[in-house]
Design a protein around this ligand. Structure first.
Ligand code: NI
Ligand code: MN
Length: 223
């Protein structure tokens, strides 16, 4: 089991198993914390939690240049088709999609999802199995009791948990959420991108779960 995770800033990650590369929520242009340019991203797949611009980001450009398959809510995939991207895997919460690297499952998230006024389907969290490692990217959400169930069902090694407050959980709620999910390691995300979501990640202290604070551009080989 091995997986290389690279944090791209905000909620964006690259997951690599050597054969495939999955970009999650690749928001780089206009992301003040991003250390990479969309033209630097080599991805075979892109997965999106929801349609807000700070997650959707550079999906169209990266998908077109790489001919990457996009895994996202049904409504987001319809939007992509209108923009010339037909290699999509549409889904909705509860669904699990087999991929060449493993699978991606959609969970619920309590949030909204729109782009330039258009409804973009249900906001989601994503559970990814790649390289024998399971990652639960919570998306943008508040805490909900079924995070315990998601943790029991998928047994994630890693959870990426928003801590920025205002639009998602803040550090205290995020810690409670992480205690429900019970991953081996939690990575705080969705903070310090702009002043309204400034947080000190050292205040994110879930009981019994190791926290790994990643800097934008930092990579980690897990397993
Ligand atoms: Ni959002
Ligand atoms: Mn967001």
């Amino acid at each position: 089991m091995s997986l290389k995770l690279t944090f791209l800033g905000h909620a964006a990650f690259l997951l690599e198993n050597g054969a495939h590369t999955l970009a999650i929520d690749p928001f780089l242009t206009d992301n003040p914390t991003a250390t990479k340019d969309p033209d630097d991203i080599e991805a075979t797949h892109i997965a999106l939690t929801h349609g807000h611009a700070d997650h959707w980001g550079d999906t169209v450009a990266i998908a077109k240049r790489n001919k990457a398959t996009v895994i996202a809510a049904f409504e987001i995939c319809n939007y992509l088709a209108e923009h010339g991207i037909t290699a999509t895997e549409p889904g909705n919460p509860g669904g699990r999609i087999a991929t060449p690297f493993g699978w991606v499952a959609f969970t619920q998230a309590f949030h909204s999802s729109s782009y330039e006024g258009r409804y973009m389907g249900m906001p989601c969290g994503l559970v990814v199995s790649m390289g024998g490692v399971t990652v639960y990217h919570c998306g943008d959400t508040t805490i909900f009791g079924d995070m315990r169930l998601i943790g029991e069902i998928y047994r994630p090694d890693i959870a990426c948990v928003p801590i920025g407050d205002r639009f998602t959980m803040g550090p205290d709620l995020a810690a409670r959420a992480t205690e429900l999910i019970r991953p081996k390691v939690a990575i705080p995300i969705h903070y310090n991108t702009w002043p309204p979501i400034e947080q000190d990640p050292s205040t994110f202290q879930p009981d019994g779960v190791e926290v790994r604070v990643m800097q934008p551009g930092e990579s980690w080989n897990y397993g």
